[in-house]
Design a protein around this ligand. Structure first.
Ligand code: 1HE
Length: 261
């Protein structure tokens, strides 16, 4: 499957893993309107091209510098123009979060503004020692428009998010881990992200579909409706033919036991 894209490269990395790479390193992978359309396109199609997991990577020293500020300045957008643009950001990131294919982001350098909104739509974020997170919208005279009010607040809590936006506070290293901005902090975020993706790709796709869509959907529901939806999803997933061999292996003691390393 080929994608007609300018700012994204999509490639088969083997073992069911697809790499989606931002290739606008000369502009620190800033997201212009075209790049957002490409994200919509790629993440809409990912579940249907047989991807069992995806790794989101970026060219150069910085993962993503957020909204293309130069384009935004030049376009002199109206409020309505920008509102409609934000809806496309939401479309792209919702495809990532709710698409049912595990997306693991391999981070380096700046993960700022819209770049953090992009990373927060991934299911797992892997940082390296150069990675830093910020929401410089306040300093730029802007506001988040790509879902940070939902996803970043969900990761770090409202209080920390407001602090980041008001004061430009930057998180990195162990502190970024501790507040929930990333789940892994390693020397080589790319290698680790691929290891994690290959592991996730071993799970039956229906299980991954539930993990990478149902949990997010259920968070939008009342507790009563979420419990009902969970029972329905579990009814389907937990009786799938693909899990029978795994359950048999556990029952006959040939299957793996879950133990710490
Ligand atoms: C850009 C962008 C951009 C770089 N839009 N062109 N985001 C920000 O406030 C972050 C803005 N960027 C930076 O603070 C810095 O560029 C970095 C710390 C990420 C990297 O610094 P550095 O020294 O490596 O690069 P640079 O010299 O600043 O930039 C290199 C080129 O990338 C340069 O272009 P050139 O043609 O002069 O070479 C920059 O113009 C370009 N570039 N970042 C456009 N963001 C849905 S609402 C979301 C709201 C937000 O995202 S607000 C946060 C915006």
């Amino acid at each position: 499957m080929t994608f007609d894209t300018e700012f994204l490269e999509v490639s088969d990395a083997g073992e069911g893993v697809t790499e989606v790479r931002l290739v606008r390193g000369s502009k620190r992978n800033a997201l212009n309107a075209q790049a957002v359309e490409e994200l919509v396109e790629v993440f809409s199609r990912l579940p249907r091209i047989g991807a069992r997991a995806a790794v989101l990577t970026a060219e150069g020293d910085h993962f993503c510098a957020g909204l293309d500020l130069v384009e935004h300045h030049a376009e002199e957008r109206s409020a309505a123009d920008f509102m409609h643009l934000c809806l496309r950001w939401h479309e792209a990131f919702n495809k990532m979060e709710y698409g049912g294919v595990p997306v693991i982001a391999a981070l380096q350098g700046a993960v700022v503004g819209g770049g953090l909104e992009l990373a927060s739509a991934a299911h797992i974020r892997v940082a390296d020692r150069t990675t830093y997170f910020a929401l410089p919208e306040g300093q730029r005279g802007l506001f988040t428009g790509g879902g940070a009010t939902i996803r970043v607040a969900d990761l770090v809590g409202k209080g920390r998010m407001i602090d980041m936006m008001l004061t430009g506070r930057v998180y990195k290293g162990e502190e970024a881990m501790a507040v929930g901005l990333c789940q892994y902090l390693v020397e080589d975020s790319r290698a680790k992200a691929f290891d994690l993706a290959r592991a996730a790709a071993q799970n039956p796709p229906l299980s991954n579909f539930a993990i990478c869509s149902a949990i997010s959907h259920m968070q939008n529901m009342s507790a009563l409706d979420a419990a009902y939806a969970e029972a329905v999803v579990a009814g389907i997933v937990n009786t799938q033919p693909a899990s029978r061999d795994r359950l048999k292996a556990f029952a006959d003691k040939s299957g793996p036991r879950i133990r710490p390393d």
